[in-house]
Design a binder for this molecule. Structure first.
Ligand SMILES: [Zn+2]
Ligand SMILES: [Zn+2]
Length: 386
């Protein structure tokens, strides 16, 4: 009921945020805006990780339980191509992942929860988080600064807009749901020379080509076929003409998994195979793996309970199982610390032409989803999905 009452206001907030996007870790205006909205609701808050805003709402019997609700606030370095009245006013920056929606949903939930605080028990910790889109992940910084302590939440909920799910629907999944993501950087250095005299060179182009083929055998030959994992080499740079063998080639790629033991075993294999192969072909190698976010692990019991709540709220026909995805999300950091539920909010509307995926210049959402997102977050905050 209250979600419906406040949905116009939260759509207005979403449009304001959409028009004023800020890049990861630079969410200064967004942070001030959230602080101002919490102040208007008389919700106390503290600042963590420079732009993060952590609010606390106490219901009856505040010590009974603590539930954390998280929204990310950052935008992407994309030039918006939508022709909307609330189009981005910041050149080259766009809310193209829906974090403006997430922030609005959490502000809406905060408004509902503080209005009804005599009707629910426990404490709700609001986490308005910076830097989801960029390593090391705002979630990891907030955890280092103690966001999961004083008071310590027993569970955490987060939502993400979903462009393949129709507006009016939600999806849940227990267990693994999104992947870890680590970045691979390789430099191969060898003796360059005339392309007509390869016998005097260590051909970095050929070595890199062999290496890519070998790296592709790591997942296929060492990983359990039932364990989702993928390695993609996404950049190959070297040489600039037809008659010179270059002395350096640079490769980049990404490695993703849903199992922490396999993840780090694979890192060792990537380094070992790369080093041995390149050395055996007479060149030198620099290899670096930047460790990113772990995989998102949804607590089975919490997610099942949340799903039942959602079914009661929206009807069984409007709730489905989230499909596995090899994308990454820094909510993962929380999910390895406390029971977590990361769920999907349908924002697709084919009739309105809203079908484009995230991280694109024409990404858009059906804003009617905001009412559902904030209602659901408020319900989880007030009940811990019990
Ligand atoms: Zn994103
Ligand atoms: Zn996102």
């Amino acid at each position: 009921m209250l979600a419906k009452k406040y949905s116009e206001e939260m759509i207005g907030i979403r449009r304001h945020l959409h028009a004023h996007p800020e890049l990861s870790y630079l969410e200064f205006e967004t942070s001030k805006f959230v602080q101002q909205k919490l102040s208007e609701l008389h919700i106390p808050f503290e600042i963590k990780a420079t732009t993060g805003v952590i609010g606390l709402i106490e219901g009856k019997n505040p010590g009974k339980r603590v539930v954390a609700l998280r929204a990310d606030m950052d935008a992407l370095p994309i030039i918006e191509e939508n022709d909307l009245p609330y189009k981005s006013t910041i050149p080259g920056v766009m809310h193209a992942c829906g974090h403006d929606v997430h922030t609005s949903c959490l502000l809406g939930a905060a408004k509902i929860l503080s209005e009804l605080k005599d009707e629910w028990e426990g404490t709700v910790k609001l986490i308005f988080q910076p830097g989801e889109e960029k390593n090391p992940g705002g979630a990891s910084l907030l955890i280092k600064e103690g966001v999961l302590e004083n008071p310590a939440p027993q569970s955490i909920f987060g939502l993400h807009v979903h462009t393949i799910l129709d507006v009016g629907k939600l999806s849940f999944r227990g267990g693994m749901v999104m992947a870890s993501a680590d970045e691979i950087y390789i430099t191969i250095k060898g003796k360059g020379g005339h392309a007509a005299a390869p016998q005097f060179t260590a051909d970095t182009i050929l070595i890199a080509s062999n290496l890519i083929v070998s790296l592709q055998q790591i997942v296929s030959r060492n990983n359990n076929p039932f364990n989702p994992s993928v390695l993609s080499i996404t950049s190959f740079q070297g040489g600039n003409t037809t008659n010179v063998i270059p002395s350096e080639v640079n490769l980049m790629g990404t490695f993703r998994a849903m199992d922490e033991a396999w993840r780090f075993k694979a890192h060792d294999l990537i380094k070992k195979i790369s080093t041995e192969l390149v050395h055996s072909m007479g060149a030198e190698i620099d290899i670096r793996i930047d460790v990113g976010y772990p995989f998102v692990l949804n607590n089975e019991l919490l997610s099942a309970a949340a799903r039942s709540k959602a079914e009661a709220y929206l009807g069984k026909e409007n709730v489905s199982e989230t499909e596995l995805r090899m994308g990454a999300e820094d909510f993962a950091f929380y999910s390895h610390k406390i029971p977590a539920c990361f769920f999907r909010l349908g924002t697709r509307n084919e009739a309105k032409g809203i079908t484009i995926g995230g991280h694109t210049p024409t990404f858009d959402v059906d804003e009617n989803a905001i009412e559902i997102g904030m209602g659901m977050m408020a319900l989880f905050g007030a009940t811990n999905a019990e």
